[in-house]
Design a protein around this ligand. Structure first.
Ligand SMILES: *[C@@H]1O[C@H](CO)[C@@H](O)[C@H](O)[C@H]1NC(C)=O
Ligand SMILES: *[C@@H]1O[C@H](CO)[C@@H](O)[C@H](O)[C@H]1NC(C)=O
Ligand SMILES: *[C@@H]1O[C@H](CO)[C@@H](O)[C@H](O)[C@H]1NC(C)=O
Length: 488
């Protein structure tokens, strides 16, 4: 064990050096042509709008995921300044960040190096173990009776109302994370949205999603005609990105050992904060967010996509987010320095490692803290290696040395859903986890491979046999532990 630990710093260094290699700075980033000036007309009035509702969800917990809850708190502040009422904003967040022992400013959460506290005033509707898929769906459907725990606040909307949903967390093909399992599966989300539509309790609904592979949540699944317009931080096969990370420019204040925000989320919120939303359309915001999130087309950026009823993107943001009266006379801010490119955006899936590494790097030599950071890093790494290895092996056991990897890596053409049989997907996920341990946040990366096994006709029995062979036992790592339950 001693020898093992002594070798760790070198391993850490080698692993991390791939994360922090220098990135290109793009100087022409987000230079907005001055012809983007909006006419100053307040052509939407409150009467025709009905009530604005919002559901804000941070799907993670843990200090290394600081940014997701920071995003959601920030979104609350944007909507609140826009004039939405607390009774119409439903917040789902684990709430373990503000008073976390690692938080350098107790009771304060920031979402950008420039911004102030975003935590004050945020309603704690659903926190801790009450942040579940079940409660999210019940809240959206306005089904108070189905809610378990929390404030009981639901979207009690009528036919003229507008609903805005914003989600931020880790994701994988077909799934979004939740701090309390199971994950949110795209098929059940679609069913819920269809039920909401059938209940005629909204005029239109806008859904913003920040997560890895978030395009896969709607791709081939969200039909037109539901009056729903969605945008996602990434396409169906790529990561989304954390921003304001240690080592980044602009980075967090030096006492922060974690990313403060996410690229797509910072892009829409920082845009909404500086504009008169009575005049800016969803489409315009989509274009701006798409440009900023691409991070100059570098590999440290992602492709923002739009889905559903794209006609709705002609709507003014005001219909969903309200507008801060202080921005009433803002026409357009053509200011590059407001949005410098993120020089070291961090892949969502690596942000936990960045936190453990920062903690390790800064802790005094020989301290308890250093040992602890090292242990956390190693546990996360060994969980990754275990999962990557086990999935590959399962594929080979089922389909052979050559065909196995090919099947696991298949990506269906754009416009097709990830999987045909979602029940199969859930079953195979459970079966795999029973033998190999929890997928947890990193393991969402392998959802597409498991979906491909379903698409190739793998049965639960075959999966069980292969998983048992690949994983003689569930590793003792806390990440692998099934004490919190199955992901499916
Ligand atoms: C869940 O909600 C119930 C009811 O409001 C509350 O008593 C409980 O403390 C909540 N649990 C957590 C972990 O926040
Ligand atoms: C916007 O401009 C009008 C007219 O000049 C002025 O009366 C109003 O106070 C301004 N609003 C803000 C928020 O500055
Ligand atoms: C642009 O932004 C920078 C930094 O936020 C600020 O110092 C400067 O005054 C701004 N310029 C304009 C024209 O708004």
């Amino acid at each position: 064990m001693i020898r093992y630990i002594a070798g760790v710093p070198l391993i850490l260094f080698l692993l991390l050096s791939s994360l922090v290699e220098s990135r290109q700075i793009f100087d022409d980033f987000l230079r907005l042509p001055s012809d983007h000036d909006f006419p100053r007309s307040n052509d939407v009035d409150d009467d025709q709008i009905g009530t604005r509702w919002a559901v804000l969800i941070a799907g993670s917990n843990g200090y290394w995921n600081y940014r997701h809850q920071a995003d959601v708190c920030h979104a609350y502040q944007v909507l609140k300044k826009g004039g939405l009422k607390d009774e119409n904003i439903i917040v789902f967040m684990y709430d373990d960040i503000a008073y976390h022992e690692e938080n350098p400013r107790p009771g304060v959460i920031i979402n950008s190096p420039y911004g102030g506290d975003v935590y004050a005033g945020v309603p704690k509707d659903y926190t801790g173990n009450n942040v579940t898929v079940h409660n999210f769906f019940a809240a959206l459907l306005g089904d108070r009776e189905a809610i378990t725990g929390g404030s009981g606040k639901v979207v009690d909307s009528g036919p003229n109302d507008h609903i805005f949903i914003y989600y931020s967390d880790h994701g994988g093909a077909g799934v979004l994370g939740m701090p309390t399992v199971p994950f949110l599966y795209a098929d059940t989300l679609m069913n819920t949205l269809k039920r909401k539509h059938a209940s005629r309790t909204y005029k239109s609904l806008v859904f913003y999603v920040e997560a890895c592979e978030s395009g896969s949540i709607f791709e081939g699944l969200l039909p037109e005609g539901l009056n729903i317009y969605a945008t996602t931080a990434s396409n169906a096969v790529e990561s989304s990105w954390g921003t304001y990370c240690p080592g980044d420019y602009p980075g967090p204040p030096p006492e922060y050992e974690t990313c403060l925000g996410d690229l797509y989320s910072a892009a829409w919120m920082e845009d909404s904060e500086i504009h008169n939303l009575r005049t800016e359309t969803l489409k315009h915001q989509y274009e701006l967010v798409k440009m900023r999130t691409s991070n100059g087309g570098s590999r440290y950026g992602s492709h923002v996509l739009q889905f559903g009823d794209k006609d709705l993107s002609k709507d003014k943001l005001y219909m969903y987010m309200g507008s801060n009266p202080a921005n009433e006379n803002f026409t357009y801010v053509d200011n590059n320095s407001l949005h410098p490119p993120s020089s070291k955006a961090v892949n969502q899936r690596d942000a936990d490692l960045v936190h453990f590494w920062e903690k390790f790097r800064k802790a005094p030599e020989g301290s308890q803290r250093k040992m602890e950071a090292q242990k956390l890093f190693m546990e996360a790494m060994s969980h990754r290696i275990h999962l990557d290895h086990s999935i590959k092996l399962v594929g080979k056991l089922l389909f052979g040395i050559e065909k196995g990897p090919e099947i696991l890596e298949t990506v269906r053409p754009a416009g097709q859903p990830l999987v045909d049989d979602w029940t199969c997907l859930r079953t195979l996920v459970r079966t795999f986890e029973m033998h190999c341990g929890s997928l947890s946040q990193y393991g969402m990366k392998h959802m597409r491979s498991i979906a491909n096994l379903c698409n190739a006709g793998t049965t639960a029995d075959q999966m069980s046999e292969a998983s048992a062979q690949a994983c003689p036992s569930v590793p003792s790592s806390p990440w692998s532990s099934l004490h919190r339950g199955f992901s499916a």
